[in-house]
Design a protein around this ligand. Structure first.
Ligand code: HXC
Length: 260
């Protein structure tokens, strides 16, 4: 494969990306980020991929952060470029046309927590641990963590997690809304795939419009957000999926969606 630090396999519409540097707890170095960037471009253009799942290799870590040995010698300009690049990669993942599920199998720290937060949905193993330990290293999060964590769990909880650098377990991540659900470690991939399959049974157009309306709208004010919602809602009435979904309901049968 042209990827050294990622494994990916496409099966039945689901693409599973595994961050694969287990000796460094899957820490994100420049090469790995470059590969993620390239793979995101490829997946975005692949109509055979309906849902993406991101996980980490091994049984210890999802991703234990950006690679500290890579970052330690960086200067200010390089540091800024690194943050900008990582933010662009994670924005790309967040805005992939497909739904993206993080299957958080272990440590999701720093850039790893930020990667999980760039995904649409987070399913955590009971062994998962979340945190933003950057303040122990003399930096704030730089791959979107200050913004996405505050949006997901609220300002107060985000500030507590960032200031204290505390690690939280899966149950606490679930309680504060950082994890969508928690499952036994051995059930993690099945749970992620089952959710992927359920999403795939819904209309691709409907799901896609939900994603863009939330992603585009939530970063604006309510009035702009609901106006955008009305536009994508209206757009769906020019699609076969809307005609089929509503006809199937009225005819008391299962819909046969084409995503067109
Ligand atoms: C580089 C890392 C790493 C990281 C772990 N390793 N995390 N290398 N960058 N983020 C390496 C260790 O150095 C070690 O290598 C090997 O992985 C195994 O880790 P251990 O520490 O021996 O494991 P353990 O004692 O079980 O502790 C696990 C851990 C700890 C609690 C997760 O590794 C840890 O605290 N990691 C750093 C977490 C962190 O601070 N992340 C945030 C990074 S900053 P050797 O060679 O010794 O075997 C960040 C900023 C993002 O993410 C934004 C950038 C713009």
């Amino acid at each position: 494969s042209d990827y050294q630090n990622l494994i990916f396999e496409n099966q039945d519409g689901i693409s599973v990306i595994t961050i694969n540097r287990p000796k460094a707890l899957n820490a994100l170095n420049a090469d790995t980020m470059g590969e993620l960037d390239r793979l995101a471009d490829t997946l975005a253009k692949d109509p055979a991929v309906k849902v993406v799942i991101i996980t980490g290799a091994g049984d210890k870590a999802f991703v234990a952060g950006a690679d500290i040995s890579y970052m330690q010698p960086l200067g200010a300009v390089e540091g800024r470029e690194w943050a900008k690049f990582g933010q662009a990669v994670f924005n790309k993942i967040e805005n992939l046309p497909q739904p993206v599920i993080a299957a958080v199998n272990g440590f999701a720290l720093g850039g790893g927590c930020e990667l999980a937060m760039a995904c649409d949905i987070r399913i955590a193993s009971e062994k998962a641990k979340f945190g933003q330990p950057e303040s122990t290293l003399g930096i704030p999060p730089g791959f979107g963590g200050t913004q996405r964590l505050a949006r997901l769990v609220g300002k107060g909880r985000a500030k507590e997690l960032l200031f204290t650098a505390d690690m939280i377990d899966a149950a606490e991540a679930y309680r504060i809304g950082l994890a969508n659900k928690v499952v036994a470690p051995e059930e993690l991939m099945d749970a992620a795939k089952a959710m992927a399959q359920k999403i795939m049974s819904r209309s691709p157009i409907g799901v896609r419009m939900c994603k863009v309306a939330i992603n585009e709208g939530l970063d604006t004010d309510l009035e702009t957000g609901v106006a955008y919602e009305a536009e994508v809602f209206g757009l769906c009435f020019a699609t076969a999926d809307q005609k089929e979904g509503m006809a199937a309901f009225l005819e008391k049968r299962k819909p046969n969606f084409t995503g067109k």
